[in-house]
Design a protein around this ligand. Structure first.
Ligand code: ATP
Ligand code: LTN
Length: 334
Protein backbone atom coordinates (compact mmCIF):
# COMPACT_ATOMS: atom_id res chain seq x y z
CA UNK A 1 0.00 0.00 0.00
CA UNK A 2 1.20 3.48 -0.87
CA UNK A 3 -0.68 6.51 0.43
CA UNK A 4 -3.79 4.37 0.99
CA UNK A 5 -3.78 2.88 -2.53
CA UNK A 6 -2.79 -0.69 -3.41
CA UNK A 7 0.50 -0.74 -5.29
CA UNK A 8 2.41 -3.04 -7.58
CA UNK A 9 5.88 -3.42 -9.06
CA UNK A 10 7.20 -5.38 -12.00
CA UNK A 11 10.24 -5.26 -14.20
CA UNK A 12 12.07 -6.81 -17.11
CA UNK A 13 15.71 -7.10 -17.95
CA UNK A 14 17.07 -4.92 -20.71
CA UNK A 15 18.81 -7.83 -22.34
CA UNK A 16 17.85 -9.76 -25.44
CA UNK A 17 14.72 -8.87 -27.37
CA UNK A 18 11.23 -9.19 -25.93
CA UNK A 19 9.35 -12.23 -27.15
CA UNK A 20 5.68 -13.16 -27.02
CA UNK A 21 6.31 -15.08 -23.76
CA UNK A 22 7.32 -11.82 -22.06
CA UNK A 23 4.35 -10.09 -23.66
CA UNK A 24 1.66 -12.68 -22.94
CA UNK A 25 3.05 -13.73 -19.56
CA UNK A 26 3.66 -10.24 -18.22
CA UNK A 27 3.45 -7.01 -20.22
CA UNK A 28 -0.02 -7.58 -21.70
CA UNK A 29 -1.46 -8.17 -18.23
CA UNK A 30 0.11 -5.03 -16.80
CA UNK A 31 -2.03 -2.75 -18.93
CA UNK A 32 -5.29 -3.70 -17.23
CA UNK A 33 -4.06 -2.96 -13.70
CA UNK A 34 -3.48 0.80 -13.91
CA UNK A 35 -6.79 1.87 -12.42
CA UNK A 36 -6.77 -0.38 -9.40
CA UNK A 37 -3.13 0.05 -8.37
CA UNK A 38 -0.37 2.61 -8.04
CA UNK A 39 1.95 0.96 -10.56
CA UNK A 40 5.73 0.90 -11.02
CA UNK A 41 7.25 -0.71 -14.12
CA UNK A 42 10.97 -0.73 -14.20
CA UNK A 43 13.63 -1.50 -16.78
CA UNK A 44 15.93 -3.46 -14.48
CA UNK A 45 19.25 -2.47 -16.04
CA UNK A 46 21.12 -3.13 -12.77
CA UNK A 47 20.03 -6.75 -12.95
CA UNK A 48 21.29 -6.94 -16.55
CA UNK A 49 24.96 -6.49 -15.63
CA UNK A 50 24.98 -9.76 -13.68
CA UNK A 51 25.83 -11.07 -17.14
CA UNK A 52 28.52 -9.24 -19.15
CA UNK A 53 27.01 -6.60 -21.48
CA UNK A 54 28.25 -4.34 -24.23
CA UNK A 55 27.67 -0.82 -22.77
CA UNK A 56 26.32 0.86 -25.93
CA UNK A 57 24.09 -2.11 -26.62
CA UNK A 58 22.73 -2.17 -23.05
CA UNK A 59 21.86 1.53 -23.27
CA UNK A 60 20.10 0.97 -26.61
CA UNK A 61 18.18 -2.05 -25.34
CA UNK A 62 17.14 -0.32 -22.13
CA UNK A 63 15.62 2.56 -24.09
CA UNK A 64 13.95 0.21 -26.52
CA UNK A 65 12.41 -1.77 -23.65
CA UNK A 66 11.15 1.36 -21.92
CA UNK A 67 9.62 2.48 -25.24
CA UNK A 68 8.00 -0.94 -25.68
CA UNK A 69 6.35 -0.67 -22.27
CA UNK A 70 4.61 2.46 -23.51
CA UNK A 71 3.90 1.02 -26.96
CA UNK A 72 2.23 -2.00 -25.33
CA UNK A 73 -0.30 0.36 -23.80
CA UNK A 74 1.11 1.56 -20.49
CA UNK A 75 0.27 5.24 -20.16
CA UNK A 76 3.27 6.88 -18.45
CA UNK A 77 1.02 9.47 -16.81
CA UNK A 78 -0.76 6.69 -14.93
CA UNK A 79 2.06 4.14 -14.63
CA UNK A 80 5.51 4.98 -13.33
CA UNK A 81 7.93 3.72 -16.00
CA UNK A 82 11.63 4.24 -15.27
CA UNK A 83 15.18 2.86 -15.24
CA UNK A 84 16.28 1.03 -12.10
CA UNK A 85 19.75 2.65 -12.25
CA UNK A 86 18.17 6.12 -11.98
CA UNK A 87 16.81 5.40 -8.49
CA UNK A 88 19.69 4.73 -6.11
CA UNK A 89 17.36 3.47 -3.36
CA UNK A 90 17.25 0.09 -5.18
CA UNK A 91 20.94 -0.52 -4.53
CA UNK A 92 20.80 0.86 -1.00
CA UNK A 93 17.89 -1.31 0.11
CA UNK A 94 19.41 -4.34 -1.65
CA UNK A 95 22.52 -4.00 0.52
CA UNK A 96 20.46 -3.93 3.71
CA UNK A 97 18.36 -6.91 2.59
CA UNK A 98 21.55 -8.83 1.74
CA UNK A 99 22.15 -8.83 5.46
CA UNK A 100 18.75 -10.46 6.05
CA UNK A 101 18.99 -13.17 3.39
CA UNK A 102 20.68 -16.52 3.91
CA UNK A 103 23.19 -18.12 1.56
CA UNK A 104 21.15 -21.33 1.79
CA UNK A 105 18.06 -19.53 0.48
CA UNK A 106 19.93 -18.09 -2.49
CA UNK A 107 21.54 -21.44 -3.23
CA UNK A 108 18.12 -22.91 -3.89
CA UNK A 109 17.13 -20.41 -6.61
CA UNK A 110 16.65 -22.24 -9.89
CA UNK A 111 17.25 -19.15 -12.05
CA UNK A 112 20.69 -18.80 -10.43
CA UNK A 113 21.47 -22.43 -11.14
CA UNK A 114 20.38 -22.06 -14.79
CA UNK A 115 22.27 -18.80 -15.34
CA UNK A 116 25.39 -20.07 -13.56
CA UNK A 117 25.40 -23.10 -15.84
CA UNK A 118 25.14 -20.82 -18.90
CA UNK A 119 27.86 -18.40 -17.70
CA UNK A 120 30.49 -20.70 -16.25
CA UNK A 121 33.28 -18.17 -16.75
CA UNK A 122 31.51 -15.41 -14.83
CA UNK A 123 29.58 -16.70 -11.82
CA UNK A 124 29.80 -13.41 -9.95
CA UNK A 125 28.36 -12.41 -6.56
CA UNK A 126 25.79 -10.18 -8.30
CA UNK A 127 24.35 -13.17 -10.12
CA UNK A 128 24.06 -14.93 -6.77
CA UNK A 129 22.39 -12.04 -4.94
CA UNK A 130 20.23 -11.08 -7.96
CA UNK A 131 17.02 -12.11 -6.11
CA UNK A 132 17.87 -9.77 -3.22
CA UNK A 133 17.97 -6.79 -5.59
CA UNK A 134 14.64 -8.02 -6.93
CA UNK A 135 13.25 -8.18 -3.38
CA UNK A 136 14.42 -4.58 -2.85
CA UNK A 137 12.65 -3.51 -6.08
CA UNK A 138 9.37 -4.96 -4.88
CA UNK A 139 9.56 -3.95 -1.22
CA UNK A 140 10.61 -0.33 -1.87
CA UNK A 141 7.15 0.34 -3.29
CA UNK A 142 5.22 -1.56 -0.60
CA UNK A 143 3.85 -3.69 -3.45
CA UNK A 144 0.72 -5.73 -2.84
CA UNK A 145 1.09 -7.72 -6.05
CA UNK A 146 3.85 -8.52 -8.56
CA UNK A 147 2.56 -9.40 -12.05
CA UNK A 148 5.04 -11.82 -13.65
CA UNK A 149 5.33 -15.08 -15.56
CA UNK A 150 5.46 -18.39 -13.76
CA UNK A 151 9.28 -18.60 -13.67
CA UNK A 152 9.51 -15.71 -11.19
CA UNK A 153 7.35 -17.29 -8.50
CA UNK A 154 10.31 -18.62 -6.52
CA UNK A 155 11.88 -15.15 -6.34
CA UNK A 156 8.66 -13.67 -5.01
CA UNK A 157 8.44 -16.35 -2.36
CA UNK A 158 11.96 -15.42 -1.26
CA UNK A 159 10.94 -11.74 -1.20
CA UNK A 160 8.04 -12.63 1.10
CA UNK A 161 10.30 -14.62 3.43
CA UNK A 162 12.84 -11.81 3.70
CA UNK A 163 10.11 -9.20 4.26
CA UNK A 164 8.46 -11.32 6.95
CA UNK A 165 11.82 -11.86 8.65
CA UNK A 166 12.48 -8.13 8.65
CA UNK A 167 8.98 -7.29 9.90
CA UNK A 168 9.28 -9.87 12.69
CA UNK A 169 12.32 -8.01 14.03
CA UNK A 170 11.39 -4.37 13.37
CA UNK A 171 7.59 -4.23 13.19
CA UNK A 172 5.34 -3.58 10.24
CA UNK A 173 7.80 -2.08 7.76
CA UNK A 174 7.07 -3.90 4.50
CA UNK A 175 3.85 -4.92 2.75
CA UNK A 176 4.04 -8.66 2.01
CA UNK A 177 3.63 -9.06 -1.77
CA UNK A 178 1.69 -11.73 -3.65
CA UNK A 179 2.64 -13.03 -7.08
CA UNK A 180 0.04 -12.19 -9.75
CA UNK A 181 0.26 -14.91 -12.36
CA UNK A 182 -2.44 -15.48 -14.98
CA UNK A 183 -3.55 -19.03 -15.68
CA UNK A 184 -3.05 -18.87 -19.44
CA UNK A 185 0.06 -17.37 -20.96
CA UNK A 186 2.16 -17.62 -17.79
CA UNK A 187 4.55 -20.09 -19.38
CA UNK A 188 4.83 -19.88 -23.15
CA UNK A 189 7.09 -22.62 -24.46
CA UNK A 190 9.80 -22.58 -27.13
CA UNK A 191 8.47 -23.15 -30.66
CA UNK A 192 11.38 -25.50 -31.34
CA UNK A 193 11.51 -27.39 -28.03
CA UNK A 194 8.04 -27.14 -26.53
CA UNK A 195 9.07 -28.66 -23.21
CA UNK A 196 11.41 -25.67 -22.58
CA UNK A 197 10.18 -22.13 -21.85
CA UNK A 198 10.54 -19.51 -24.55
CA UNK A 199 13.58 -17.53 -23.45
CA UNK A 200 15.38 -14.36 -24.52
CA UNK A 201 18.68 -16.14 -24.21
CA UNK A 202 17.79 -18.99 -26.60
CA UNK A 203 20.36 -19.20 -29.41
CA UNK A 204 17.85 -20.45 -31.97
CA UNK A 205 15.91 -17.45 -33.41
CA UNK A 206 13.13 -19.78 -34.62
CA UNK A 207 12.38 -20.81 -31.03
CA UNK A 208 10.87 -17.42 -30.19
CA UNK A 209 8.58 -14.91 -31.84
CA UNK A 210 9.86 -11.44 -31.06
CA UNK A 211 7.61 -8.46 -30.46
CA UNK A 212 9.16 -6.58 -33.35
CA UNK A 213 9.16 -9.46 -35.88
CA UNK A 214 7.29 -8.60 -39.10
CA UNK A 215 4.15 -10.48 -40.16
CA UNK A 216 5.94 -12.77 -42.65
CA UNK A 217 8.56 -13.77 -40.09
CA UNK A 218 5.88 -14.46 -37.48
CA UNK A 219 3.88 -16.69 -39.81
CA UNK A 220 7.03 -18.48 -41.00
CA UNK A 221 8.10 -19.21 -37.40
CA UNK A 222 4.70 -20.64 -36.52
CA UNK A 223 4.68 -22.74 -39.72
CA UNK A 224 8.03 -24.20 -38.62
CA UNK A 225 6.94 -24.77 -35.01
CA UNK A 226 7.68 -28.27 -33.78
CA UNK A 227 4.44 -30.17 -33.23
CA UNK A 228 3.55 -33.60 -31.97
CA UNK A 229 2.72 -36.76 -33.84
CA UNK A 230 -0.95 -37.16 -34.77
CA UNK A 231 -3.07 -34.47 -36.39
CA UNK A 232 -5.70 -33.45 -33.86
CA UNK A 233 -5.90 -29.90 -32.49
CA UNK A 234 -6.40 -30.89 -28.87
CA UNK A 235 -4.98 -29.50 -25.60
CA UNK A 236 -3.27 -32.37 -23.76
CA UNK A 237 -0.18 -33.02 -21.67
CA UNK A 238 1.19 -35.51 -24.19
CA UNK A 239 0.88 -32.88 -26.94
CA UNK A 240 3.17 -30.07 -25.66
CA UNK A 241 3.73 -28.51 -29.10
CA UNK A 242 0.07 -28.17 -30.08
CA UNK A 243 -0.97 -27.28 -26.52
CA UNK A 244 1.50 -24.38 -26.55
CA UNK A 245 0.10 -23.11 -29.85
CA UNK A 246 -3.46 -23.44 -28.52
CA UNK A 247 -2.50 -21.43 -25.46
CA UNK A 248 -0.86 -18.71 -27.57
CA UNK A 249 -3.91 -18.57 -29.84
CA UNK A 250 -6.18 -18.41 -26.80
CA UNK A 251 -4.47 -15.39 -25.24
CA UNK A 252 -4.05 -13.67 -28.60
CA UNK A 253 -7.74 -13.99 -29.54
CA UNK A 254 -9.49 -14.19 -26.16
CA UNK A 255 -11.12 -17.51 -27.21
CA UNK A 256 -11.30 -20.33 -24.68
CA UNK A 257 -9.50 -23.65 -25.19
CA UNK A 258 -12.71 -25.67 -25.82
CA UNK A 259 -13.83 -23.02 -28.34
CA UNK A 260 -10.53 -23.38 -30.18
CA UNK A 261 -10.69 -27.18 -30.19
CA UNK A 262 -14.16 -26.90 -31.72
CA UNK A 263 -13.13 -24.27 -34.28
CA UNK A 264 -10.33 -26.52 -35.58
CA UNK A 265 -12.10 -29.84 -35.24
CA UNK A 266 -11.25 -31.95 -38.30
CA UNK A 267 -8.68 -29.40 -39.55
CA UNK A 268 -4.96 -30.09 -39.84
CA UNK A 269 -1.88 -28.72 -38.09
CA UNK A 270 -0.89 -26.68 -41.17
CA UNK A 271 -4.09 -24.65 -41.22
CA UNK A 272 -4.01 -24.14 -37.44
CA UNK A 273 -0.40 -22.91 -37.45
CA UNK A 274 -1.23 -20.25 -40.06
CA UNK A 275 -4.23 -19.12 -37.99
CA UNK A 276 -2.03 -18.78 -34.89
CA UNK A 277 0.58 -16.82 -36.87
CA UNK A 278 -2.05 -14.45 -38.25
CA UNK A 279 -3.64 -13.92 -34.83
CA UNK A 280 -0.29 -13.14 -33.22
CA UNK A 281 0.72 -10.79 -36.07
CA UNK A 282 -2.62 -8.96 -35.70
CA UNK A 283 -2.14 -8.69 -31.94
CA UNK A 284 1.36 -7.25 -32.32
CA UNK A 285 0.73 -4.86 -35.21
CA UNK A 286 -0.67 -1.95 -33.12
CA UNK A 287 2.18 -2.35 -30.59
CA UNK A 288 4.73 -2.23 -33.42
CA UNK A 289 3.13 0.82 -35.06
CA UNK A 290 3.07 2.71 -31.77
CA UNK A 291 6.66 1.68 -31.05
CA UNK A 292 7.85 3.08 -34.38
CA UNK A 293 6.02 6.33 -33.73
CA UNK A 294 7.46 6.67 -30.23
CA UNK A 295 11.02 6.01 -31.41
CA UNK A 296 10.75 9.20 -33.46
CA UNK A 297 9.66 11.26 -30.46
CA UNK A 298 12.88 11.65 -28.49
CA UNK A 299 11.64 14.57 -26.42
CA UNK A 300 8.55 12.71 -25.21
CA UNK A 301 10.51 9.62 -24.13
CA UNK A 302 13.22 11.75 -22.48
CA UNK A 303 10.55 13.53 -20.51
CA UNK A 304 9.02 10.22 -19.34
CA UNK A 305 12.47 9.02 -18.26
CA UNK A 306 13.08 12.14 -16.22
CA UNK A 307 9.72 12.73 -14.55
CA UNK A 308 8.95 9.10 -13.76
CA UNK A 309 12.36 8.51 -12.15
CA UNK A 310 11.63 11.47 -9.88
CA UNK A 311 8.27 10.00 -8.89
CA UNK A 312 9.79 6.56 -8.27
CA UNK A 313 12.60 8.11 -6.18
CA UNK A 314 10.10 9.93 -4.02
CA UNK A 315 8.24 6.75 -3.01
CA UNK A 316 11.35 4.58 -2.86
CA UNK A 317 13.19 6.99 -0.58
CA UNK A 318 10.26 7.11 1.81
CA UNK A 319 10.54 3.34 2.40
CA UNK A 320 14.34 3.43 2.41
CA UNK A 321 14.47 6.12 5.12
CA UNK A 322 12.10 4.11 7.28
CA UNK A 323 14.27 0.99 6.89
CA UNK A 324 17.52 2.88 7.58
CA UNK A 325 16.05 4.23 10.79
CA UNK A 326 14.84 0.79 11.89
CA UNK A 327 18.23 -0.88 11.42
CA UNK A 328 19.96 1.88 13.36
CA UNK A 329 21.71 4.11 10.83
CA UNK A 330 22.30 7.56 12.35
CA UNK A 331 20.04 10.34 11.11
CA UNK A 332 21.49 12.84 8.66
CA UNK A 333 22.13 16.28 10.05
CA UNK A 334 20.52 18.84 7.72
P1 ATP B 1 15.90 -15.24 -19.92
O1 ATP B 1 15.18 -16.47 -20.31
O2 ATP B 1 17.02 -14.88 -20.83
O3 ATP B 1 16.24 -15.19 -18.48
P2 ATP B 1 13.34 -14.14 -20.06
O4 ATP B 1 12.84 -14.36 -21.43
O5 ATP B 1 12.91 -15.05 -18.97
O6 ATP B 1 14.89 -14.05 -20.11
P3 ATP B 1 12.92 -11.88 -18.32
O7 ATP B 1 13.36 -10.47 -18.51
O8 ATP B 1 13.66 -12.68 -17.33
O9 ATP B 1 12.94 -12.66 -19.69
O10 ATP B 1 11.38 -11.88 -17.98
C1 ATP B 1 10.50 -10.79 -18.08
C2 ATP B 1 9.08 -11.21 -17.71
O11 ATP B 1 8.57 -12.13 -18.68
C3 ATP B 1 8.97 -11.93 -16.37
O12 ATP B 1 7.77 -11.54 -15.74
C4 ATP B 1 8.90 -13.39 -16.75
O13 ATP B 1 8.23 -14.15 -15.78
C5 ATP B 1 8.11 -13.33 -18.04
N1 ATP B 1 8.43 -14.45 -18.92
C6 ATP B 1 9.66 -14.79 -19.38
N2 ATP B 1 9.62 -15.87 -20.19
C7 ATP B 1 8.29 -16.22 -20.24
C8 ATP B 1 7.58 -17.25 -20.92
N3 ATP B 1 8.20 -18.12 -21.71
N4 ATP B 1 6.25 -17.33 -20.76
C9 ATP B 1 5.59 -16.44 -19.99
N5 ATP B 1 6.20 -15.44 -19.32
C10 ATP B 1 7.54 -15.32 -19.44
N1 LTN C 1 13.91 -11.20 -12.15
C1 LTN C 1 12.99 -10.78 -13.16
C2 LTN C 1 13.08 -9.31 -13.49
C3 LTN C 1 12.82 -8.50 -12.27
C4 LTN C 1 11.56 -8.35 -11.61
C5 LTN C 1 11.81 -7.51 -10.50
C6 LTN C 1 10.30 -8.85 -11.84
C7 LTN C 1 13.71 -7.79 -11.55
N2 LTN C 1 13.12 -7.18 -10.50
C8 LTN C 1 10.79 -7.17 -9.59
C9 LTN C 1 9.27 -8.50 -10.96
C10 LTN C 1 9.54 -7.67 -9.85
C11 LTN C 1 13.28 -11.64 -14.39
O1 LTN C 1 14.34 -12.12 -14.57
N3 LTN C 1 12.31 -11.77 -15.22
Amino acid sequence: MLDGKKSLFSGMQATGTLHIGNYLGALKNWVELENEYETFYCVVDMHSITVRQDPAELRRKARSLLTLYIAAGLNPEKNCIYYQSHVSAHAELAWILNCFTYMGELNRMTQFKDKAAKNEGNINAGLFTYPVLMAADILLFQSDIVPVGDDQKQHIELTRDVAQRFNAIYGDVFTIPEPYIKKTGARIMSLQEPTKKMSKSDDNPNASVFLLDDTDTIIRKFKRAVTDSGNEIRYAEEKPGISNLIEIYSVATGKSIPEIEKEFDGKGYGEFKIAVGEAVAAMLKPVQDRYNELCNDKEYIDNVIKTNAEKASYYANKTLRKVQKKVGFPEKIR
